[in-house]
Ligand binder design. Structure first.
Ligand code: PGA
Length: 249
């Protein structure tokens, strides 16, 4: 039995006042039981959110990190720096990083490695574009993306979280059906089983237009262990509804 995990991805949203209000509203609810919760926030707000989440059940996350440990890499943020602010999770290979910043499978794999070396759980995002799905390439694409991370991380692979995020579902309101998502999750689980004796306890999240209305049906699928939530994570009632659905699922 895998504990569900719901992670908010704030992307490039928020400010000091809005973050404080959102977290106040999230923390006003009783502590989540039977479900782990995290929020991945923009780097400038790590210190603020770290302080506001201290002693609470919500874990801190980041949205990206450098593959390098230290040195002359202007603008980059290392895993150790994130660790200094109590970061527990870090997204790697989000499709917006792959698409707008040219991140390759190999770079994503190296970032996962850097996170693991610092004791941060990488949430490795994989997913196909609409064109790839229509061309029947979904399986090839997600397997290739995950294979690179498996190849670079050896037995440490057991410590990652995977997020299946079909690119066509991200921010579009066009959610994958529970069956479509489950089919890909089952495939990813098989790939993890071949790579790790611990695949049964590893979490595979779904992301892409998850909201209060569709979360329960997605989270009821046998291989969907939680959600990576963008837009709906910015509204406390919506994010809390998704957490409640995960607690029941
Ligand atoms: P969305 O984003 O929930 O707004 O579709 C999900 C994500 O990009 O992680």
């Amino acid at each position: 039995m895998r504990t569900k995990l719901i992670v908010g991805n704030w992307k490039m949203n928020g400010n000091l006042a809005a973050n404080a209000t959102l977290l106040r509203d999230l923390l006003a609810e009783p502590t989540a039981t039977g479900c782990d919760v995290g929020v991945c926030v923009p780097v400038p707000y790590l210190a603020q959110v770290h302080a506001l989440l201290a002693g609470t059940a919500i874990e801190l996350g980041a949205q990206d990190l450098s593959a390098h440990a230290v040195g002359a890499y202007t603008g980059e943020v290392s895993a150790a720096m994130l660790k200094d602010f109590g970061v527990r999770y870090c997204l790697v290979g989000h499709s917006e990083r792959r698409q707008y910043h040219g991140e390759s499978d190999v770079l994503v794999a190296d970032k996962a490695k850097a996170a693991l070396a610092a004791g941060i759980t990488p949430i490795v995002c994989v997913g196909e574009t609409l064109a790839e799905r229509q061309a029947g390439l979904t399986q090839d694409v997600v397997k290739r993306q995950l294979a690179a991370v498996i190849h670079a991380n050896g037995h440490c692979i057991s410590e990652i979280v995977v997020a299946y995020e079909p690119v066509w579902a991200i921010g579009t309101g066009q959610v994958a059906s529970p069956e479509q998502a489950q089919a890909v999750h089952a495939l990813l689980r098989l790939q993890l089983q071949a790579a790790s004796p611990h695949a049964e306890r590893m979490k595979i999240l779904y992301g892409g237009s998850m909201n209060a209305a569709n979360a329960a049906a997605l989270l009821a699928q046998v291989d969907i262990d939680g959600g990576l939530v963008g837009g709906a994570a910015l509204k406390a009632p919506d994010f809390l509804s998704i957490i409640a659905a995960a607690q029941q699922g």
